[in-house]
Design a protein around this ligand. Structure first.
Ligand code: IVH
Length: 678
C-alpha cells in the first residue's frame, strides 16, 4: 500500500522542524542535544523524501541552505526603511556629550531630565544585512549598500547557519518582520580561512571584515556556504501584522528577537545614566581581545521606545544611538627598513622596521614579516606607506602597502643569500617557506638557543637574559650551551658591569637549573615543533632522559598526541650527532632532569582522559595536570570521543562547545577536586 501523501508531508514537516531546532541549538545556543551523525541522518532522510516528492519541498527547508545556482550578478533591493549609520563617540568626553544631548533634547520636550536607561551591545565589525521574513519564512537578504539601495544576497545569507530560515514560535508565523544585523567572520575561522588560502597560494584577507564582505558577495552560493560566516542581530526594522513586537523597551524587543532564533550581542545589557555607560565602555574595551570575533566599539541605544520616538533622526543617523569606538587596531605608517633575525633553529625571519606609530594603545616599531614569500606576496617595498595591524596578543603584522602613496623612491628588498650573522650561505628546503642558516656554530643560533634554554618555561635560569647571553658569548667565556655549567664566579666577575653578588647569583641560578622536570628539559632543547605542551607529552610517555635519548621516529609516532611532523623533528634532532653531543655534554655537566612520575595504578582517574579548559580558580594549569597524572589519568589538549571528562573553568570556550557537541560529561573545578581528593 502506498503511504498517503498527507503522512509523507507530516513526516517531512517534522524533519524540517526538528532540523531547524537542532541547528538553532548547535549554531546559536552552542548547546546541541544530538550528535553530528544523528543530525546528518535526519538531514539525509529529508533529502531523500524531497527527491521523491519534489512538490512537497518547503521553501524554508534546511536543504535549501545550499544548492542555489550561481548568479550572473546581484539584483538590487530598495530598502523599505533606510539602513542608517551611527554617529561615533571617539572617547569618553564624546560619550558624556552624547548623554547630555539626549537629556537636553528630551527636556525641551518635557522630559524631567532624569537619568536615561541605555542598552549596550557590541559594535560588530562585519557587513550589515537586512533579513525579510514573511509569515515566519526568510524571503530576502540584502546588503546595506548606500543605505537606500542594497544588493540581493538571499541565496548567500541562506547558507549562514546562525540565520534562521524559519522564525521560531507560533506568534512569528504571521505578518512581516525585517531583522537587521551584522554578518561576520569569527577570529578563529578567519585565521583558518587565511591559512588555507595561503597554503593554496591564494591572496589572504587583510582582516575579518574584508573576509566577511568578500564571502557574502560571492556570486556562487556554494562558495559562500564553504565560508563559516556568522550573524548577530542588532535591530528590528519593520513589523507588519505581527502583534508580538509591541514592547515598551528595546531590551524587550531584542529578547523577542533572540526568541525568534537569532544570536544577539553577547553581554547585551542595560545601564542607567552616564556613569554606568562609562564603566561599561572601559570594561568592554579591556575585554575586546578575548572575544571570539572582532569589534570596533560598543553601540549605545536609548532603551525606552517612547523616548527613541521623541528623539527621532538626524539626516543619516538616529539621535537615540551612538557608537562608542575603541582605539583602532590598525594604523598607517612607513616601512623604513627590513632586517633579518636568525632564530635558534637558524630560521631567517625578516622583520619590518617601522616609523613608530600607536596601534590600539601600544606604540609599534617592529612587525614580523614571517618569510621571504610573504614580502613578495604583499609586494612590500622599503619606504612604502603600510597598514599595520595588531590583533590579540600576537605580534603586529604588516597587512599591506598603500601603493597609491608611492613616490618612486621605494626600494626592493633583497633577501640575503648568506646568514647575516656568520656569512654561511643559507638554505631553503623546496617545500618550505623558511630560509635557514645551516651552520651549527652560527653565533645567532647559539645565542638564541641559550636564551631559549634559560627561559621561565624551560630551565628557568634567572639572570640569563638577552644581554647576559650576549656578554658571555662576546667575551668568549661561553661558546656553546653546555659551557654555562662551567662558569665560575671569578670568571664572571671579570666581565664588565658584573659584581661579586650578581656573579654569585648567576652561578647559583645556573646550578639550580640542574634539577628540573624532564618535560622542561625536553622543551628547553629547542627542538623544532616541540613547545611546552609537547615537551610534557613526550616526557610523560618516556619518563626518563635515558628513554628519551633512545626514542626513534617509529616510537614517537606510536605516542599519543604526537603527529608525524613532530615525530620527524624530534627523531632528526636525536639522530644529529651535534645536537646529541650538546645533550650529552649537558648531562655530563650534572644536568639531571627529574623523571616524570609514573601514572598511579588504581588511581581515581585510571584509564581516564581529561581535557582542561578555561581558567581554574584554585589550581594552576600545571597543578591540575599533575593531579590528573598522579591519579592515574591522562591529560589531552583536545576533546574527542575518547575524552572521559572536560574540566571547565572560568571563560571556557571552544573545548566546552566541543564537549557539549560530543555529549562528553563536563565537570566543574570543585567536582574535579573532589574526584582526586584535593
Ligand atoms: S544599530 C539606526 N547596532 O554599524 C541604527 N549597528 O554605523 C542602525 N553595527 O552599518 C545600526 N554593530 O552595520 C547597530 N550593535 C550594532 C551594530 C551596528 C555594528 C554597524 C551597522 C551599521 C553601522 C552604523
Amino acid at each position: 500500500m502506498k503511504t498517503p501523501t498527507s503522512t509523507i508531508k507530516e513526516k517531512m514537516d517534522t524533519l524540517v522542524d526538528e532540523l531547524h531546532e537542532h541547528s538553532h541549538r548547535y549554531y546559536v545556543l552552542s548547546q546541541p542535544t544530538i550528535s553530528d551523525a544523528e543530525y546528518d541522518e535526519k538531514f539525509r532522510e529529508l533529502e531523500k523524501l524531497e527527491r521523491e516528492y519534489p512538490d512537497l519541498v518547503r521553501s524554508d527547508s534546511p536543504t535549501t541552505r545550499v544548492g542555489a545556482q550561481p548568479l550572473e550578478g546581484f539584483s538590487t533591493v530598495q530598502h523599505k526603511i533606510p539602513m542608517l549609520s551611527l554617529n561615533n563617540a571617539m572617547n569618553e568626553q564624546e560619550l558624556i556629550d552624547f548623554d547630555e544631548q539626549v537629556r537636553r533634547f528630551l527636556s525641551k520636550d518635557g522630559h524631567d531630565g532624569k537619568e536615561i536607561d541605555y542598552t549596550i551591545e557590541f559594535k560588530f565589525d562585519g557587513v550589515a544585512v537586512s533579513l525579510a521574513y514573511e509569515n515566519g519564512t526568510l524571503i530576502q537578504g540584502a546588503t546595506r549598500g548606500d543605505g537606500t539601495t542594497g544588493e540581493d544576497v538571499t541565496s548567500n545569507v541562506k547558507t549562514i547557519k546562525s540565520i534562521p530560515l524559519k522564525l521560531r514560535g507560533t506568534k512569528a508565523q504571521s505578518g512581516n518582520v525585517e531583522i537587521r544585523g551584522e554578518v561576520l567572520f569569527r577570529k578563529k575561522e578567519f585565521e583558518a580561512l587565511n591559512a588555507e588560502r595561503q597554503e593554496r597560494g591564494e591572496e589572504t584577507f587583510a582582516n575579518p571584515r574584508n573576509a566577511a564582505s568578500g564571502s557574502l558577495r560571492q556570486l556562487d552560493p556554494q562558495e559562500t556556504a564553504r565560508r563559516p560566516l556568522y550573524f548577530f542581530a542588532y535591530g528590528v526594522a519593520r513589523v507588519e501584522g505581527n502583534g508580538g513586537f509591541a514592547h515598551a523597551t528595546l531590551r524587550e524587543a531584542m529578547e523577542e528577537v533572540e526568541s525568534l532564533g537569532f544570536s544577539i550581542s553577547p553581554g547585551y545589557k542595560t545601564v542607567t545614566g552616564i556613569k554606568g555607560l562609562l564603566e561599561e565602555y572601559r570594561k568592554a574595551e579591556e575585554g575586546r581581545e578575548s572575544l571570539p570575533f572582532e569589534v570596533d566599539g560598543i553601540v549605545i541605544k536609548v532603551d525606552e521606545i517612547a523616548l527613541q520616538e521623541r528623539l527621532g533622526f538626524r539626516q543619516r543617523s538616529p539621535r537615540w544611538a551612538i557608537a562608542a569606538k575603541f582605539k583602532p587596531v590598525e594604523a598607517v605608517t612607513t616601512l623604513e627598513d627590513i632586517i633579518i633575525q636568525v632564530g635558534r633553529t637558524g630560521a631567517l625571519t625578516p622583520v619590518a622596521v617601522l616609523k613608530p606609530v600607536p596601534v590600539g594603545g601600544v606604540v609599534v616599531s617592529r612587525a614580523t614579516l614571517h618569510n621571504q614569500d610573504e614580502i613578495e606576496r604583499k609586494g612590500l617595498l622599503i619606504g612604502d606607506r603600510v597598514v599595520v595591524r595588531r590583533q590579540g596578543d600576537v605580534i603586529p603584522a604588516v597587512v599591506a602597502a598603500i601603493t597609491a602613496s608611492r613616490t618612486g623612491h621605494e626600494k626592493h628588498f633583497q633577501f640575503p643569500t648568506k646568514c647575516p650573522q656568520c656569512a654561511t650561505p643559507v638554505e631553503r628546503v623546496a617545500d618550505e617557506a623558511v630560509t635557514r642558516c645551516p651552520n651549527p656554530s652560527c653565533p645567532a643560533k647559539i645565542h638564541n638557543r641559550i636564551l631559549h634554554y634559560a627561559t621561565r618555561d624551560a630551565m628557568d635560569i634567572e639572570g640569563l637574559g638577552d644581554k647576559m647571553v650576549a656578554l658571555l658569548l662576546e667575551h668568549d667565556v661561553v661558546r656553546e650551551l653546555p659551557d654555562i655549567y662551567k662558569l665560575t664566579v671569578a670568571q664572571l666577575q671579570e666581565l664588565p658591569r658584573m659584581g661579586e653578588l650578581s656573579s654569585a647569583n648567576l652561578v647559583e641560578a645556573i646550578a639550580s637549573s640542574k634539577e628540573r622536570p624532564l618535560s622542561r628539559f625536553i622543551f628547553a632543547l629547542g627542538i623544532r615543533h616541540v613547545g611546552t605542551k609537547t615537551g610534557a607529552v613526550i616526557a610523560r610517555q618516556c619518563r626518563t632522559v635515558e628513554n628519551f635519548l633512545k626514542l626513534t621516529e617509529e616510537a614517537l609516532l606510536e605516542m599519543e598526541e604526537i603527529g608525524p611532523e613532530t615525530a620527524r623533528s624530534v627523531a632528526h634532532f636525536l639522530a644529529d650527532h651535534r645536537d646529541r653531543e650538546i645533550v650529552e655534554k649537558l648531562l655530563a655537566h650534572g644536568v639531571h632532569p627529574t623523571p616524570e612520575a609514573a601514572p598511579v595504578k588504581g588511581g581515581a582517574l585510571e584509564g581516564k582522559t581529561l581535557v582542561l579548559t578555561g581558567t581554574l580558580a584554585t589550581l594552576s594549569r600545571k597543578e591540575a595536570e599533575d593531579l590528573v597524572v598522579k591519579n592515574g589519568g591522562k591529560v589531552s589538549s583536545s576533546v574527542s570521543k575518547k575524552t572521559s571528562f572536560v574540566v571547565a573553568g572560568e571563560a571556557a570556550g571552544s573545548k566546552l562547545d566541543a564537549a557539549k557537541k560530543l555529549s562528553i560529561p563536563v565537570i566543574s573545578e570543585d567536582e574535579f577536586r573532589e574526584m582526586v581528593g584535593a
